[in-house]
Design a protein around this ligand. Structure first.
Ligand code: NAP
Length: 186
């Protein structure tokens, strides 16, 4: 069971670890070797290698379409079709997800995409932009904020990771925190 997490070395680190624990072979995309190594270290504190048997580290700038496509293709060849894709991609790379999705969609198997999105994203517009193929179960996870008695704050990494993990376990779209009333956002 191959899962790929794009942007998995920051707030989604815990999600990568949960996936490993759930038995997935996990490929993680990020740029910094140091952050990738830190994740590998958390996954297996006894090992100091670049990748463990179940965790593959892919160091690539996802704005570089050619390199990204080649790396994802290679990862699928090595670890099999991606059955679960978790995507946290900054808006500076509008081509990254379409490229990865195109590679993932070559399989005939059904697969799931969890698309993590910022608070102000128009979800319907994003879905029509992404236009997932019929055999892709597309889920959106919107990052909101937390209302408190005297104001509001953005989500912590821990809240984001557990919200994304719940969405994956329940196989559903969701909003972490709230997005309404929007005028109360931090
Ligand atoms: N609504 C909310 O409350 C909300 C919403 C969004 C974010 N946040 C908070 O804001 C903090 C910062 O957000 P963040 O986006 O920096 O999150 P992050 O998850 O800490 O880091 C972004 C991830 O994407 C990777 N990445 C970024 N640009 C890349 C590129 N060009 N190519 C390949 N990989 C790339 C990073 O790896 P590299 O660094 O190695 O490139 C890292 O794995 C988060 O920790 C979160 O708590 C809160």
């Amino acid at each position: 069971m191959h899962a790929m997490v794009i942007g998995g070395t920051g707030m989604l680190s815990e999600v990568c670890l949960n996936l490993l624990q759930a038995g997935y072979e996990v490929s993680v995309i990020g740029r910094s070797q140091e952050r990738l190594q830190q994740l590998a270290q958390k996954a297996d504190p006894s090992e100091k290698k670049t990748s463990s048997r179940c965790l593959s580290l892919i160091s690539v700038d996802y704005r570089n379409s050619t390199e990204l496509q080649a790396m994802v293709r290679k990862s699928i060849k090595t670890h099999g079709p991606i059955l679960l894709l978790v995507s946290w991609i900054h808006s500076t790379a509008p081509l990254a997800l379409p490229i990865i999705l195109q590679e993932a969609a070559h399989t005939k198997e059904e697969f799931r995409l969890f698309h993590i999105l910022g608070s102000s994203t128009d979800l319907a517009e994003m879905k029509s932009k992404i236009n997932p193929p019929a055999h892709c179960h597309y889920r959106q996870v919107k990052l909101g904020f937390i209302l408190e008695s005297h104001g509001s704050r953005w989500l912590t990494n821990q809240e984001i990771a557990s919200g994304v993990w719940n969405a994956i376990r329940e196989d559903t779209s969701s909003i972490i925190g709230v997005v309404e009333p929007w005028e109360k956002h931090p």
